[in-house]
Design a protein around this ligand. Structure first.
Ligand SMILES: C[S@@+](CC[C@H](N)C(=O)[O-])C[C@H]1O[C@@H](n2cnc3c(N)ncnc32)[C@H](O)[C@@H]1O
Length: 271
């Protein structure tokens, strides 16, 4: 076992994978159908497992995202199904969801919309962690909505799913909270992204010139007075996004740092 993992980690290091040892352990754990913690108590693996693991390590070395290979992504208290064609939820978005939940604290039965919902990570987490919230997950991608539907069924959580383009405003409302992790990569920044992201995440989930502005404008019309917009932004975009909210008349505009000290969440409430 130790040798197998060490070889795989070496292979993934050479391929430029960011967290080679952890990825190797998670891949082997997924083949064996055990947790990573349990994996480390095992000493040997059957030959057929070693062969299947080798195939996955080859694919990971080709920079196929880890979560596409395991088919799962943990997100806050949930374990979500993920796969090609739909954005893999990220740790920084777990934090965004936490801020959104704080804005809902003390509100009974809030009406919430997750704009650009992808796998349903934010919408389902809000439904899970704020019982009674009425949550709508909106996405322009039919593939994303199909996966969000699968995740709603997996988790037993109820959210409304809606195929809709945010550039046409927001149906329904008035909302107590609009939360969004929109596509915020500028096209010229695509080549600098890791191949796992650049080549495997759907373009519509990454690149969206003006997507943040579309979300901010759509939310302004759909929020109730005093309702909150909580939106994730790219590194270096918080100042412009906060200025946009301020310029449109949002009140109490703030930006918040992620765990690495970069401003990644911008919030404001409809005046
Ligand atoms: C960065 S992903 C976020 C997915 C998910 N909320 C998460 O955080 O993991 C952006 C999502 O916005 C969706 N999207 C892109 N443009 C959109 C638009 N104009 N209207 C609605 N959804 C859009 C994409 O399909 C994608 O699922």
């Amino acid at each position: 076992m130790r040798e197998l993992l060490a070889d795989a980690a070496r292979r993934l290091t050479e391929a430029g994978v960011e967290s080679p040892r952890v990825d190797a352990e998670l891949l082997l754990a997924s083949v064996l159908g055990v947790t990573r913690g349990r994996l480390l108590t095992l000493v040997t693996v059957p030959d057929d497992v070693a062969v299947r693991f080798g195939t996955l390590v080859d694919q990971r070395a080709d920079r196929v995202p880890l979560q596409h290979l395991t088919g799962r992504a943990p997100f806050r208290f949930l374990e979500l199904a993920v796969g090609p064609g739909v954005f893999v939820p990220r740790p920084e978005t777990e934090q965004l969801t936490g801020w959104a939940l704080e804005r809902l604290a003390g509100t009974d039965g809030p009406i919430v919309v997750d704009l650009g919902s992808g796998s349903g990570a934010i919408a389902l987490s809000i439904a899970h962690e704020h019982p009674g919230a009425r949550v709508t997950a909106v996405d322009v991608s039919a593939d994303a909505l199909a996966l969000a539907r699968e995740n709603a069924a997996r988790t037993g959580l109820a959210v409304e799913l809606l195929e809709h383009d945010a550039r046409e405003g927001l149906p329904g409302g008035p909302y107590d909270l609009v939360v969004s992790n929109p596509p915020y990569v500028e096209p010229e920044d695509l080549p600098a992204l890791m191949p796992d992201v650049r080549e495997y995440e759907p373009h519509v989930a990454l690149v969206g010139r003006g997507a943040t502005e579309a979300v901010v404008r759509a939310a302004q019309d759909a929020l109730r007075p005093g309702g909150w917009l909580v939106v994730e932004v790219g590194d270096g975009q918080a100042g412009a996004a906060a200025a946009l909210l301020g310029g449109l008349g949002y009140a109490d505009v703030t930006s918040t740092e992620d765990l690495t000290g970069r401003d990644r969440v911008v919030e404001g409430r409809r005046a």
